[in-house]
Design a protein around this ligand. Structure first.
Ligand code: ZN
Length: 145
């Protein structure tokens, strides 16, 4: 596929998740972390349930631009059901990939749809907010509900 076709496909994936987010609405009893991106006005809360070393549940809410909200929805699709260590790895490798262009060592799954953001410095923090907030949740966050 040509680069413009891929860009178009990725744009559609992002808009689809923004319009019809997956796992929106924090599940009671989740470990919740909050993240803010003041430069754009994005905010996210991500809730996770860890069972037997796996991310058994993922949910989120928040407000902000399409990239920030879609990335939280796509991230849930990518990490739910995975080992906590792998979920942490996806989040940190994704951040390094978007921020520094560093090639990821793990399969980023549908998060690849956000790869074009690495060319848009103003939007990097929008795209990485969900990954940053997930890592906080995986490392304790705070309990809600
Ligand atoms: Zn934003």
């Amino acid at each position: 596929m040509s680069e413009s076709v891929i860009d178009e496909l990725y744009r559609e994936i992002i808009l689809d998740h923004f319009r019809k987010p997956h796992r929106r609405g924090i599940v009671p009893g989740s470990t919740v972390a909050e993240g803010e991106n003041p430069t754009c006005g994005d905010s996210l809360r991500i809730g996770i349930e860890v069972r037997e070393g796996k991310v058994a549940g993922y949910s989120f809410d928040g407000s902000g631009c399409a990239i920030s909200q879609a990335s939280a929805s796509i991230l849930g699709d990518t990490v739910e059901g995975k080992d906590v260590a792998l979920a942490n790895g996806v989040a940190s490798e994704f951040e390094a990939f978007i921020r520094d262009g560093k090639a990821p060592n793990v399969d980023l799954g549908e998060m690849e749809a956000l790869s074009g953001v690495s060319k848009l410095p103003m939007r990097v923090k929008c795209a990485t907010l969900a990954a940053r907030t997930l890592r906080l949740a995986l490392n304790g966050g705070k309990l809600e509900g």
